[in-house]
Design a protein around this ligand. Sequence first.
Ligand SMILES: Cc1cc2nc3c(=O)[nH]c(=O)nc-3n(C[C@H](O)[C@H](O)[C@H](O)COP(=O)(O)OP(=O)(O)OC[C@H]3O[C@@H](n4cnc5c(N)ncnc54)[C@H](O)[C@@H]3O)c2cc1C
Length: 413
Amino acid sequence: MTYDCIIVGGGTAGMTAAITLGKNQKQVLIIEQCKELGKKLLATGNGRCNFTNSYYDSNTYRGDALFAKAVYEQFPYYKTIEFMHSIGVLQQEREGYFYPYTNQAKTVVLAMLDALERNHVTIYADRIVRSIVRKQTGEFHVRTSYGEFDARTILLACGGKASSYFKQEKSYGYGLAEQLGHRLTPLYPALCAMKVSEDIRLLKGVRLKGTIHLYADASLEDSISPLVQGELQFSAKGISGIPAFQVSRYAAQELSLGGTVYAMVDLLPEYSSKDLRMLLSQAEFDNDTTVFTYLCGYVQPAVAEWLLKQIDFTGDSRLAMLSETQWLSIVSCMKQLRFEITGVDDFDNAQVTAGGVETADIDPATMESRCCPGCFFAGEMVNVDGTCGGYNIQFAISSAMVAAKGIMDRRDK
Ligand SMILES: Cc1cc2nc3c(=O)[nH]c(=O)nc-3n(C[C@H](O)[C@H](O)[C@H](O)COP(=O)(O)OP(=O)(O)OC[C@H]3O[C@@H](n4cnc5c(N)ncnc54)[C@H](O)[C@@H]3O)c2cc1C
């Protein structure tokens, strides 16, 4: 038989598109290399699945942000909420972040699997799609590790290289896109921890609220990322936490181009350097007060120790002996703590892939290929990566919905 659509990849995007196509009486086959569908979705949001967010701005998506916007606007967050309701998922919202009411990603996966069954979608799991050929008739021939199939349209929803969930399989789908004539942009791990050159064992385990901003030069003039605020976490080798995750893709990109990367951390973003200097001079102390004790009123002891090391003070230096220049260097260190970034975590430990199928090869109005008619794309395999906060699942769902409509409009012509 010839399917209306073969979807390669039974993840977030593939399942969403299949449910919509099935609901509209299309004959759909999903081919998934893992034994179960939605494996990555199960791990999202620490098992809670943060599937969308009501906040959106021009920094939400990276890669081709304009392409992402064009797709998102056709299927924004409130339509994702409606979609979740339609498949029977009750939701809860916390400060704009949406989760299933059960706080379990499994709820979403089970609801999707149920909707696939209800809408008569055929599923072949545990098979890898090895090649796809577009025949002269315009139809597609799909060869898998177990069986060959034909379809009028193809939806490539193969996800990215991120996370170790697919370690056994390791087939990514980028090769399939290339076989059909599409270009790829370089791929980088994104939403992951960054490694630093400094010996920061002292800071291991520290969590603090601050800002992080990346620069391409040690003098911190050439900005290469937005400034991001939130809880930073330090390990013996690097920086993680959501703000570090948000900027990591810029570090990965710059380093892969042979550049240097420096992170500037502001430990007290609510205060200007001037205000901080004033506050520091207002507190009472006596001749015996050490600089270390005093700083511990502003930052955690491990951070105070680290700061003193940066400016070559010994912890037991008396506060009364500090010169104005020394005071200013303490303030400057608190406001502009600098680290050299030497790398980012690998794909296995990243949440998403930055880069992917070149968006110039795809029409954002339909997600149909511009170079291979009948071939559609959805999800992370496209050159769009979202920030933390539900935006990657949202893009997978938005692009899948746009692709499903594109497939139906095409077939109905
Ligand atoms: C730990 C972790 C936490 C995350 N948390 C969140 C979160 O809270 N919120 C959020 O928005 N995003 C989160 N993400 C990102 C989000 O999960 C993904 O961006 C999203 O699931 C992408 O959907 P997708 O359908 O494009 O790809 P996937 O869900 O990865 O699905 C692609 C599927 O294609 C299959 N496949 C690939 N090649 C082939 C082939 N040749 N043959 C057959 N099958 C193939 C793969 O096995 C896979 O199942 C998280 C990611 C990780 C790793």
